[in-house]
Ligand binder design. Sequence first.
Ligand code: IMP
Ligand code: MG
Length: 178
Amino acid sequence: MSVIQILDKKFEPYISYNEIELAIDKMAKKINDELKDDLPVFLMILNGSFMFGADLMKRIDFPCEVSFVKVASYAGTKSTEEVKELIGLNEDLKGRNVVIVEDIIDSGLTIDGILKDLKNKGVKSVKISTLLLKPKAFKGSYDIDYVGMEIPNDFIVGYGLDYNQLGRNLKDIYKIVE
Ligand code: IMP
Ligand code: MG
């Protein structure tokens, strides 16, 4: 692995696919222990979580459903409010146990919006899994159940994460060179 260029920015190797896999192994073990009797729906938040979601699901050893959604943002009724809504959902989540699968939680606003939407849909329970968390940026008032790795507030790409839609295909994770 060496320094790469994406558009105007340089990125250096940061987290290898090997380390990513070890983190996912641990998360999957915990999820397999805790949710095996829940018949959950794993809700992959696209686009970012497509690689993580695939690697996580290969390690889940109990009956479950998998669904793929995107998050749409639009201005709410109050001027400062930004409403987030799940789009592309095919199944009725009423009364279901849902596990959100996210690539990275930064400020936490995206998941906050998803939680509100899921509550409106009448889900039974929600668990949150994220490969990466930036604890210093996180402003949410909810618990995150499964975290692969905590990282500083650096901008990263690879393994599903993008810079202006580029870099999602990289197998490893790279960090911006300031
Ligand atoms: P939040 O709403 O601030 O928690 O932001 C979450 C979303 O921002 C993630 O789902 C990513 O799409 C994006 N994001 C946050 N940090 C990064 C990063 O370092 N690289 C690429 N995308 C990021
Ligand atoms: Mg994302």
